[in-house]
Design a protein around this ligand. Structure first.
Ligand SMILES: Cc1ncc(COP(=O)(O)O)c(C=O)c1O
Length: 368
């Protein structure tokens, strides 16, 4: 018999860390519920998939997988920087942007450090910081789903190592305006690092979209802007995200805390090809935004309260425990995410999928 783990083996901050509420893979759905999922709307994936060119280069790169990839990812970093007025030395790529969130926290946080974020928020913004022994203050959005700029400023009256938030927000959906970002910078202490997570940037209405790295370029604080190929680029399964930082020294520190070969060769090839097909990206965004307005209209007609979304998902008040609401839908083959963060346990997040998936969701949702 294997001996029990010594009581002190696991670090206390890990032992008491909540489990991340990750979405369910399709094969797990079948294993767990014995039926097929007809609408997988729990993980903000892209119903049109990756650009055809990205799939081709994955096939072309496959015969070379016995070779390690370039640990510096210099080709992809240069490709990401190209046409954006970015210095490739400040760009970093990771095994998904979640990998970069972890690398950032490991590079910067000391046990006991203070991290500020919003509530509700993307779970890893909180859990990654807790795993490093930091304390996390979560500041609620305003009642009208605006970013709580002055309350965030008040929270940072206590010395704060990192301010991290997603814009557009996951799970709520609103995106920050340039005026709000500038106001946020004005209330952020100079030595607080700003981590601005733009995983859903591509879905934002172009009229409302801001160039965060350009706005941050002349601020006094250190910063990182994070983006991903998992959402609008449709490459969630291959795992690749990227960031641009205020300083090559910050990128360099994160390269030390990231796995050296964290981004695999197929992901590197696919990400470059995805960037080379803006027409595919435009199709994805057009489908998602038109379906988003159709689904949100239908949900409002059914009596649901929704947060305003600039993303590929909607956040709705289910009117009761969201776990039960999501469980009822699951029995009909529709998978959505019940939110598990107080005080939002009556809320659920649903991805905008293909039209048939959205129809299946709307057909399964009861009126309120
Ligand atoms: C706000 C936000 N940031 C980061 C991520 C992580 O994305 P990935 O690791 O797939 O790039 C997600 C994924 O859902 C997200 O919603």
């Amino acid at each position: 018999m294997t001996a029990a783990l010594p009581a002190e083996l696991i670090r206390p901050e890990i032992a008491c860390l909540p489990t991340y509420n990750a979405g369910l893979a399709l094969d797990r759905f079948r294993d767990l519920f014995g039926t097929d999922c007809i609408a997988k709307l729990d993980s903000n994936e892209n119903p049109l998939g990756a650009a055809p060119g990205a799939i081709s280069v994955i096939r072309e790169a496959a015969p070379e997988v016995q070779r390690y990839p370039d640990a510096s990812n210099s080709g992809l970093r240069a490709r990401i920087a190209r046409g954006r007025d970015w210095d490739a030395g400040r760009v970093i790529v990771g095994n998904g942007s979640e990998d970069l969130i972890g690398a950032l926290f490991r590079a910067v946080l000391r046990p006991g450090d203070h991290v500020v974020t919003v509530c509700p928020s993307f779970g890893l913004h909180e859990f990654g910081a807790l795993a490093c022994g930091a304390r996390v203050t979560k500041v609620p959005f305003t009642a009208g789903w605006s970013f709580p700029v002055s309350a965030l400023g008040a929270a940072m009256a206590e010395p704060t190592r990192i301010l991290i938030l997603a814009s557009p927000s996951n799970p709520a959906g609103p995106a920050m305006s340039e005026a709000q970002l500038r106001a946020l910078l004005s209330v952020t202490p100079n030595d607080t690092l700003i981590a601005f997570d733009e995983a859903y940037l591509e879905y934002v209405d172009p009229a409302a979209r801001i160039d965060a790295p350009a706005v941050l370029a002349d601020c006094r604080q250190p910063w990182i802007v994070l983006r991903t190929f998992s959402k609008a680029y449709g490459l969630a399964g291959i795992r690749v995200g990227y960031g641009i930082t205020s300083d090559a020294a910050l990128t360099g520190a994160m390269l030390k805390t990231r796995n050296p070969f964290g981004v695999n060769a197929l992901a590197v090839a696919a990400a470059g090809a995805a960037l080379d097909d803006p027409a595919h990206l435009a199709r994805v965004v057009a489908l998602t935004t038109s379906e988003r307005s159709r689904v949100s209209g239908a949900l409002r007609d059914k009596g649901y309260d929704l947060a305003p979304s600039q993303t590929n998902f909607l956040f709705l008040d289910t009117g009761g425990p969201a776990e039960k609401f999501a469980g009822d839908l699951r029995r009909k083959g529709v998978l959505i995410k019940a939110w598990q963060e107080e005080p939002f346990c009556n809320w659920a997040r649903v991805t905008i999928g293909s039209a048939p998936e959205n129809d299946a969701f709307l057909g399964a949702v009861p009126g309120r």
